[in-house]
Design a protein around this ligand. Structure first.
Ligand code: CTP
Ligand code: CA
Length: 226
């Protein structure tokens, strides 16, 4: 009698996924961050693991459960996220789904900022964070064979994603239509356009779990074809 084994086309492949927001400290008790839930990135890590991949998930602070069968590295700042990603190399594929804060504080206050009567509020000087997707894309000998980024756009979704793909030097961009008209922002579903060197694939609006499963299958197809 035949037994059916799970189809694991990514067995022996290594994957790196970033997920969630980053937190940029202002002082020991305050930070700048964003509302990323980590739902899409965590779903991608889980989907890759189900296909047999050895997955490292580098995540900012989220309330998601750790996905089954995935190595989870928890970080706060973008600098920490970049270091954790570099420590996870080499990998066959990297997927950057994190909402990395674009800026951090130029100077971190060593003690809690205090009000003093009559004094103006502090002004916070910001400097750019490292771009993790661009850094992995330019990693020379240790560049993953396939580097995938996201682009959340509200207008000119595909054109902006095509430009972003070139700017970052990655292989694929999942352009996510977050315009109010798409009705998906912050919700359960995503409307994805997959931008590659070969053109654009329009995916139907579907759940973040379905996006993750489709992406994982597409990655398996790509890595086994080359
Ligand atoms: N990204 C990253 N590191 C950063 C900023 C972004 O790895 N410091 C990654 C994200 O994980 C995502 C992609 O780059 O995969 C695009 O992020 P996005 O915020 O859309 O692009 P930015 O270049 O930051 O441009 P902007 O926010 O101005 O649209
Ligand atoms: Ca950004």
């Amino acid at each position: 009698e035949a037994i059916s084994l799970p189809h694991q086309p990514l067995l022996g492949r290594r994957a790196l996924v970033t997920s969630g927001p980053t937190r940029e400290a202002i002082d020991p008790v305050r930070y700048i961050s964003n509302h990323s839930s980590g739902r899409q990135g965590h779903a991608i890590a889980a989907a890759l693991a189900r296909l047999g991949a050895d997955v490292t998930l580098v995540s900012g602070p989220v309330s998601q459960l750790d996905p089954a069968g995935v190595r989870v590295v928890k970080v706060e700042s973008a600098d920490q996220m970049l270091s954790a990603c570099q420590a996870a190399l080499p990998v066959d594929v990297a997927i950057c789904a994190a909402a990395v804060a674009d800026w951090k504080l130029a100077r971190l206050a060593g003690s809690k900022l205090k009000k003093s009567p009559g004094a103006p509020p502090p002004s916070l000087e910001l400097v750019p964070n490292p771009d993790i997707l661009a850094t992995l894309s330019a990693a020379g000998n240790s560049r993953p064979r396939l580097v995938v980024g996201f682009a959340a756009e509200t207008e000119e979704v595909v054109a902006n994603a095509v430009a972003k793909r070139a700017r970052k030097g990655c292989d694929w961009i999942l352009a996510n239509d977050v315009s109010p008209a798409s009705g998906t922002f912050g919700g359960e579903n995503n409307t994805i356009h997959l931008v590659t060197a070969d053109g654009v694939e329009d995916w139907p609006t579907q759940s973040k779990d379905a996006v993750a499963a489709r992406l994982a299958a597409r990655i398996a197809q790509h890595l086994t074809a080359i």
